[in-house]
Design a protein. Sequence first.
Length: 305
Amino acid sequence: MLQQPNTPSAASPIEALAAGNHKSNRVSLTRPQQHWRERYGPWALVTGASDGIGREIARSLANRGLSLVLVARRGELLTALAEDLRTRHGIETRIIAADLAQQMGVEKVVSETAHLDVGLLVAAAGFGTSGAFLESIVDQEINMVDVNCRAVAAMSHVYGRRFARRGRGGLILMSSLLAFQGVPRSANYAATKAYVQTLAEALRLEMAPLGVDVLACAPGPVDTGFAARANMQMSMALKPAQVAKATLDALGRSTTVRPGWLSKFLEWSLSPLPRWGRIRIMGLVMGGMTKHQHGEAKTQARKPA
């Protein structure tokens, strides 16, 4: 069972850091940086921080003055990122190498952040698949549910309760353009993102009176290397930095952010259609994006987090 970490007292070293009473490369904070530290700091926790959207959100948060806990499976990449962010921005960093598909990985993150005053959770770890569901490897499909859903629920619960006790904080959950209807040839992945989207929508209303902001980020194709690993063609993909900026700019202002014109266009064009019509159209879109190669009916694509 996950244990609820203790919230540091006002006199903790972390609060001293927030007040500037800590050795740091940063001489002073700008007004926007001070706002971010007061609202969501002094520490932010970013999962999936070794690559793609998670890495770019970590960079953006460092630029906004927050110290960072970076979580991913590949510790060597986290080490390099942490050193770069410390050097560039004068923040503190912690790294946690953990596989969030495993319960013990989630528990490790919770345990190792118990002493830190974390005010923002960015749940960016995840992976997806493409191809016919019946031709998939079921263990990998269940593993995707563990990462995309179970770990997100567990961490949202733990850190959401911490933020509620503080009376301030934020949750950013990674949804998807595919979250709003069933998607043939990406059936299970779309289902996991539908869970995340629905969770974020409800939590925003539940947690707003407690001082906690909740945001779902639902981008379209993103140039993270996911497309190549999923055997897909994405000619209009966004850059991860674009998604990161749009996401952080929307935190506290809306329930769902759809970075990029393609996501907004599809929302506008598909929303008047009945659900069965949206499902058929998205099936055609996925069919055009997936390369049909002999002997490769299904490709698994795990983000190297």
